[in-house]
Write a protein of this length. Structure first.
Length: 274
């Protein structure tokens, strides 16, 4: 099991930030904003799925996971609160959060499904965020020139996503979830996650008046489709999830662990394992 520490990020999110806060780059700002728009509702869904999965286990089987789930919920609740504050500034800048509206509609439509379906969807999305987190740690150019407090926010969030990458996956397996459905839901979530993120990014760029600027799409090409870009450079890690013997702990998390060790002044610990 993983020891998960709950941290409170020590940055100011009351002060507004510039529209193109990520190094003056329209695409990078719009893309990260789209991600943030998905987080508050998504984090709540992850917490609910994992808690419900834990509750469904017989008491004797539940005990080994209790502390980790508490840490997972604590970390995700903190992410939800921070990104709600971040998104409040986006709302004031005139952005419309359609990614959240679509997610709410899907959640209502799928609320009746077996809890293992929700755990599988959570585990799949946590795999995406863990891949993104580790990529971020290895590619400082993704936040080059970003406002320092917001750069700290994204690196802290990324480090914790990497840290709790195992939790939903382990609870899914503990509840009897099988590999066939795990992969099937993973593929569906890939399409949903990427299409939602692209649509929201495009909408953000349209609101900015930057959608058709060549510089916007040059930036998109570098960030996403360069040889070691976010999408092109992570195909092998994405495919790993489909292996029958896959476990999230097989992927390297050392960069995130190093960031947490070296940046302890940026947060305070509010919850410890046990």
């Amino acid at each position: 099991m993983t020891d998960l520490v709950v941290r409170r990020l020590l940055i100011d999110l009351e002060t507004p930030f510039a529209r193109h806060w990520n190094g003056g780059d329209a695409f990078r700002s719009a893309f990260f904003n789209a991600l943030s728009m998905s987080f508050p509702l998504g984090e709540q869904y992850f917490m609910d799925s994992v808690r419900n999965g834990l509750k469904s286990l017989p008491e004797a089987e539940r005990a080994p996971y209790v502390a980790e789930v508490q840490g997972f919920v604590g970390q995700e609740a903190t992410h939800r609160r921070i990104h709600t504050l971040f998104n409040g500034h986006l709302l004031k800048q005139g952005y419309v959060n359609q990614i959240e509206q679509r997610a709410q509609a899907r959640m209502r439509a799928n609320a009746h499904l077996d809890l293992r379906n929700h755990l599988a969807a959570t585990a799949a999305t946590e795999h995406f965020t863990a891949i993104f987190a580790d990529w971020m740690m290895r590619h400082p150019e993704a936040l080059e020139g970003a406002e320092p407090r917001l750069k700290t926010l994204w690196l802290w969030h990324s480090a914790e996503e990497s840290e709790h990458r195992n939790t939903a996956f382990d609870i899914y397996q503990a509840t009897g979830g099988n590999q066939v459905w795990r992969v099937r839901i993973f593929r569906a979530m890939t399409v949903i996650f990427l299409s939602d993120l692209l649509r929201q990014t495009v909408r953000n760029l349209w609101r900015d008046g930057c959608l058709f600027k060549p510089s916007t799409w040059r930036s998109a090409g570098r960030l996403l489709f360069a040889r070691d870009g976010l999408i092109r450079g992570n195909v092998a890690l994405w495919r790993d999830y489909e292996r029958p013997d896959f476990h999230p702990s097989q992927h390297d998390a050392s960069h995130s662990q190093q960031w947490l060790r070296e940046n302890s002044a940026q947060f305070s610990v509010v919850g410890q394992p046990g």
